[in-house]
Design a protein around this ligand. Structure first.
Ligand SMILES: [Ca+2]
Ligand SMILES: [Ca+2]
Length: 152
């Protein structure tokens, strides 16, 4: 009977060592810049969030975010053709965890024409509110929770 227990203990220890090795592997990537795969919002978004949160309450509503990005779309569309092309999007970068226009288009360009229509651009709002604990409002706490859970 005793022999069986020792055997199980060894197995458990071996498993723990395997987990540690995995963690160390992850940490070696740690110094790299923000190009890794991550949710759309990250530390950079806190800056963006504060621009939307005009009342400074630490929370934004779906309406506030939508009207903010509607306004941004209008500002960014320099030639007023109703589409944001690669050049126009350059001045929007970096946004949140996304550092290149190519990455942004991958996330939002539904019809793959390398341009964002207003409705494609506003998908960004839906992506943000996927992180909200209450569907109609997003808080700074939601963002921070999401950011710190990134490695799990
Ligand atoms: Ca345009
Ligand atoms: Ca498009």
């Amino acid at each position: 009977m005793g022999h069986v227990r020792v055997g199980k203990g060894n197995l458990r220890r071996a498993a723990a060592i395997a987990v540690c090795a995995g963690v160390t592997g992850c940490q070696s990537d740690f110094g790299g810049n923000a190009a890794r795969q991550a949710p759309i919002a990250g530390p950079e978004f806190v800056v963006e969030f504060k621009k939307i949160d005009t009342t400074g309450r630490g929370r934004i509503t779906l309406e506030e975010a939508t009207s903010y990005y509607n306004r941004r779309f209008t500002e960014l569309d320099k030639n007023r053709d109703g589409l944001l092309d690669v050049q126009e999007l350059e001045s929007f970068m970096p946004v949140m965890n996304i550092s290149s226009v190519r990455e942004l288009l991958l996330a939002l360009d539904r019809n793959s024409d390398n341009k964002l229509s207003r409705s494609e651009f506003l998908i960004i709002v839906n992506k943000l509110f996927q992180m909200a604990t209450i569907p109609s409002q997003l808080t700074l706490g939601d963002l921070k929770r999401k950011t710190s859970n990134e490695d799990e």
